[in-house]
Design a protein around this ligand. Sequence first.
Ligand code: UT7
Length: 328
Amino acid sequence: MGNFNAGIISTGRAYPEGVLTNADLERMVETSDEWIKTRTGIEQRHRAAEGEYTSMFAVRAARQAIERARIDPMEIDVIICATVSPDQILPSTGCLIQAELGAHNAAAFDLVAACSGFVYGVTIANQMIRCGQAKYALVIGAEVLTRYVDYTDRSTCVIFGDGAGAAILGQVEEGRGILATRIRSDGRFAEQLFSPGGGTRIPTSTATLEQGMHFFKMRGNELFKVAVRSMTEVSIEVLTEAKATANDVKLFVPHQANQRITDAVADRLGVDSARVYSNIAMHGNTSSASIPIALDECIEQERIAKNDLVLLASFGGGATWGAVALKW
Ligand code: UT7
């Protein structure tokens, strides 16, 4: 058993070329560009075409991260694929990704924690690296949510988009990397965001398909309040454990659920908008992929420099939530 510090050493991202704009949605359901923009901040979302699937984007994002980390896929000890929209129920999308990458030394599995999947994955990878069980971990958030979206339900179809983000975690020098992580859940909120049909409880049948039971159902308004409260609380917890305050945060990269959620959490934490990253206008809500996609964009835009304190926070179906404080 070792005692190492773990950190994110590289990232990557990928998403479909296809885009669904608010104007497209105006033609599909009773909504407006103005309503979507003011209530969510979203202007467009990427949407996978027929024949495109989750592991395709995951592999592209992972290849970028592996290349940038300058490692060989055979050096990866664990692949964690956070997703609620796997290629198929069996085998795990993680195993399919492993085969594509040629990362044959890695243990690979899927992690189901909805929009908090990446934060959950980073938390697990952090522990494995810290105790010496893994030298390199590949954590991916990958979703093709639009396969589960009911394009007659305006309360969900305007929100969700597709994409993947990946990060290689590895050992970093003392005093840097992941300083604190927290993951939480509360199953009493299960039916606030769920797809009721298609599992063992309500197996797929002609009737379940006709009733659209395989689609996501969401009570967004109720979740909104829980999201703001939970993300704020868990962010304060990790900052406290990292012996830091909101003033020390150089960049806050939250799950991109709704611009109003991001604004409310940042406001409660006391992080001004210049230190908050948002890409929801271009991607919508990509669930587990949103934080790694955002992180990769931040690095590309040079929004993060060495030794910056970065705060990640998420909230999703389950309900699940979590936060990570890291020194870049
Ligand atoms: O990813 C993490 C988990 N998910 C979340 O955290 C989701 C959080 N929730 C949200 O982002 C928001 O609740 C939504 C964007 C989903 C909805 O926004 P809202 O401001 O909470 O709207 P609402 O559900 O309270 O609905 C307000 C009104 C309703 O009409 P009435 O009853 O006031 O006449 C809705 O029917 O807006 C109506 N509405 C729409 N109108 C135009 C709902 N969706 C739409 C729409 N276009 N797309």
